[in-house]
Design a protein around this ligand. Structure first.
Ligand code: NAP
Length: 323
């Protein structure tokens, strides 16, 4: 890494320190490219907020999300990656080296690996924003503990809803899952576990239309989507697990994206800008697993390595993602 005042020049800059970013850093470090990872706000990514990860191979009895993130980081650092607690605010992809302005300075990067992940989707109903942190939450690992012997509602019907709901049964007296359809999209194993759990209850074909409470969540207004019938449901907590929005705002207008805002990559993790790669949930609306994100990160770093090698050997001017 070379430095000019506050400006640092790196061969590989990784934005985001979840499974994708840290795996990319591991591979780039082992290729002796001295990658720098900017953690952003969330070291370990969303996986770090997951209590136990049971489907990452190599951990037959599961592993804590935060612990796995730390192991990823340590392994990357062992090979020379630098992890900086810094936040990228602006990216200029119009010329190489790419310019990334952060809270602490400016990076010039020969290649960029974007792995800024995704954030939880909001319900967008009255009361949700006002009561966030006062009973409304998007993270069971962070907030489950506050609901000891309390009533909790979960909204959603995917793996996250049931997995996090099951986790909250450790604390809560009851966990009621409210889902907008009459069947879950969650995996059969989680459905079975949730339906057999004595503390878990289910309300189908129903949406939350308002979160009500003075200073804290007290009641939810509900609507049955089939009959139109309206009702209320008293609860102490509301956990919302209805999907994610990719963190791609910073790249809008510079990278090709899908209608949902995911960065479009080819099978080599290349974006439409040569030298810029994307990996993990920023580019993955389908799988969103620790293992798939890690795999995408590794692939992006391998491709960045090949790109830099080709450039230094042949001085190749490459363009486009299809090369
Ligand atoms: P998801 O699979 O997209 O499920 C989102 C759920 O929220 C769906 O049931 C959806 O209903 C519901 N929903 C969406 N918008 C809603 C709204 N406005 N109001 C009410 N309900 C709404 O999201 P996820 O559960 O976060 O999972 C994301 C990915 O991560 C999936 O691929 C999942 O397999 C994976 N994941 C895996 C594990 C694991 O393997 N242990 C754990 C967590 C997540 P509909 O079903 O009607 O669309």
């Amino acid at each position: 890494m070379s430095s000019n005042n506050d400006e640092k020049h790196v061969k590989v800059l990784v934005l985001g320190a979840g499974p994708a970013g840290l795996s990319a850093a591991l591979y780039a470090a082992r290729a002796e490219l001295e990658p720098v990872v900017l953690t952003g706000m969330q070291l370990g990514g969303q996986a770090a907020l997951t209590n136990t990860i049971e489907n990452y191979p190599g951990f037959p009895t599961g592993v804590g999300g935060a612990e796995l993130g730390e192991l990823f980081q340590k392994q990357a650092e062992n090979f020379g990656a630098k992890v900086e607690f810094d936040l990228a605010n602006e990216v200029d992809l119009s010329q190489r080296p790419f310019k990334v302005t952060t809270d602490n300075g400016v990076y010039k990067a020969d290649t960029l690996i974007l792995s800024t992940g995704a954030n939880p989707t909001h319900l967008n109903v009255p009361g949700e924003v006002e009561l966030t942190g006062r009973g409304v939450s998007y993270c069971a690992t962070c907030d489950g503990w506050f609901f000891k012997e309390k009533k909790v509602v979960i909204v959603g019907g995917g793996d996250s809803a049931l997995e996090e709901g099951l986790f909250i049964t450790r604390y809560a007296s009851s966990v009621t899952v409210i889902h907008r359809r009459d069947e879950f999209r969650a995996s059969p194993v989680l459905q079975k576990r949730a339906k057999e759990h004595p503390k878990m209850n289910f309300i189908y074909d129903t949406v939350v239309t308002e979160v009500v409470g003075t200073g804290k969540v007290e009641t939810l207004k509900l609507k049955n989507v089939k009959t139109g019938a309206e009702s209320t449901f008293d609860t102490d907590g509301l956990f919302i697990f209805i999907g994610h929005i990719p963190n791609t705002q910073m790249f809008k207008g510079q990278l090709d994206m899908s209608d949902l805002g995911y960065v479009i990559v080819n099978d080599k993790m290349e974006t439409n800008v040569a030298g810029v790669y994307a990996a993990g949930e920023i580019a993955d609306p389908h799988f969103r697993q620790v293992i798939t994100s890690a795999g995408m990160g590794a692939a992006a770093a391998i491709q960045a390595t090949r790109f830099l090698e080709a450039e230094s050997e042949h001085g190749l001017e490459r363009s486009g993602a299809s090369s």
